[in-house]
Design a protein around this ligand. Sequence first.
Ligand code: GTP
Ligand code: MG
Length: 625
Amino acid sequence: MNSDKTAPQLNPTKTIGFFPAVKTVTKSIREYKRPSLLAPFFVAIEVLLECLIPYVMTLLLGAMQYVDTPTMANPNPISVNIIKLIFGSAQPNMLITILYFGLALLLLAFLSLTFGALSGKFCAIASSGFAKNLRKDMYHKIQDFSFSNIDKFSSSSLITRLTTDVTHVEMSYMMIIRTAIRSPFMLVTSMIMAFTINSTMALIFLCTTPILAIGLAIIMSKAIPFFNRIFKRYDKMNESVEENISGMRVVKSYVREDYEKEKFNKASENVKNDFIKAEKIIAFNGPLMNFCVYAGLIAIYVVGSILIINTNQAFLKITELQSFMTYSFQMLMSLMMLSMIMVQIIMSTASIKRIAEVINERPTIVTPENALKHVKNGSIEFKNVNFKYFEKAEKYALKDIDLKIESGQTIGIIGSTGTGKTSLVQLIPRLYDATLGEVFVGGINIKEYDLDTLRNSVAMVLQKNVLFSGTIKDNMRWGNKNATDEEIIEACKLAQADEFIQNFPEKYNHYIEQGGVNVSGGQKQRLCIARALLKKPKILILDDSTSAVDTKTDALIRKSFREYIPETTKIIIAQRIASVQDADKIVILDKGTIVAVGNHEQLLSSNEIYQELYYSQNKAGDNNG
Ligand code: GTP
Ligand code: MG
């Protein structure tokens, strides 16, 4: 079992206060304000009617006694009036009396049910609508997140916040607008009814409530810290699940199942232990409530019986004592519900904060005001660029980068793995912003462009390619949703993909399975290049995108680039010298810095790294070139 000391170390993200968080989150109620108000309104009516029922029962009993023995001492005056109203001067009749009262009771029950159902309906509309808006607001916000925003939360935590946390808030909201109104209202109404019947008797019962309230407050204050912690533990558990399932192939290939199971068990055990601790405290709720209520009931019975006997029902009638019992039970029920709501609300405070954190997060990369909507050409310039992935990172991934690329040039970037090739090109479409220094495209600082404009002019074929489930044509239209069939075929021809597509029985309507598992690695790369070409970009970046393509096809792709898209600036990151040797400029990166720039001949004669690479590759792959 974990000691309490470990709790504060979980999830060290910056937290926001409870009330600001509530303010942020409730903004998402929007169009569901009306049902949010109608639900408690109908609940109030429902409760009012429900509380009238025991009172009408008292009147009925009084009336029956009066009809039975009109000479009785101290009859209920309201019952007597009603009897007079029904029968006038005629002889009262027991059956008709019961019928009238029965009808009234039925009507009350029916109305109460109807209003209950109405409030239930509006409550469901309001809470699920609120939840929908919360998910929408978070999702929209996440779409604007830069990679550094996402890195900050971690994608698994974002998923938990979008699902589990929203569900908790939805539940709480449902309880607040229905039960949280119903219970106190029921409590108060029952109290008032009890006072109407007999105030002295009601006071006796009322005396027990302060004891109950204080007891409840103590219990809750002890349980809150545990519930707060449970949610952080939940987060850990969910993260463990999400990480494991999305990385299942790796887990299996490294035979880490036992370790993962152990990790999950521990997280799950922690949740259980904290729940037990919290529930142990909450469990005092029951005995406390029982004590207060039964103490009150006993007092009422004792005092009531004495009063009835001693005053011969002048001060309190037997029928009134019976109604009293009903109201006492209604009060008991509402108190129980209230404590349950409090538990639910406490449980969702953590979720409210976590949702507000996402909604309040400022995207680190945004379109500026008066943004430029046109990119003149594909020239690129890095001016004294330094970059690290997050503020507190010790190491810069890129250091002192100065590089000028003319529009239409072909640039090769090589360097061993982890030297910052991907990091460098990611700065061009602003997937990340440079930590220091500036990047220019078309002679303008990229921060002045409209983000969509910039990203539409830069097509990047990522190192980790993704195809989506759908036909080849569907996938191609990710590049340009208005692309004609001819344009698609042209792009595929340029990317040397047309040939293998023609071999599929359904050609361009060939269905790609989720994740592109039914095409080979090299085919996938060529499809991704074609998709990027359809964007008709000013800058085309291929990040190790032909690594799975044979050298001959690789050369054909580069040839078609030269011939058909001469104005597009092409940046080719590659491991093979052959992929870059005909480039206008080859950039050699090492440990985040540019160590040399030049064409093939220049580098081959002057740069050691390049020479080494060239000779090692040409020995191994002479016949590939
Ligand atoms: P290869 O693709 O393997 O050839 O390497 P690369 O030259 O493209 O290296 P890359 O630019 O991806 O990485 C440069 C450095 O940044 C490495 O030290 C990485 O560990 C680090 N790095 C890369 N991506 C991330 C990221 O998303 N977050 C953080 N924190 N670091 C990263
Ligand atoms: Mg890379």
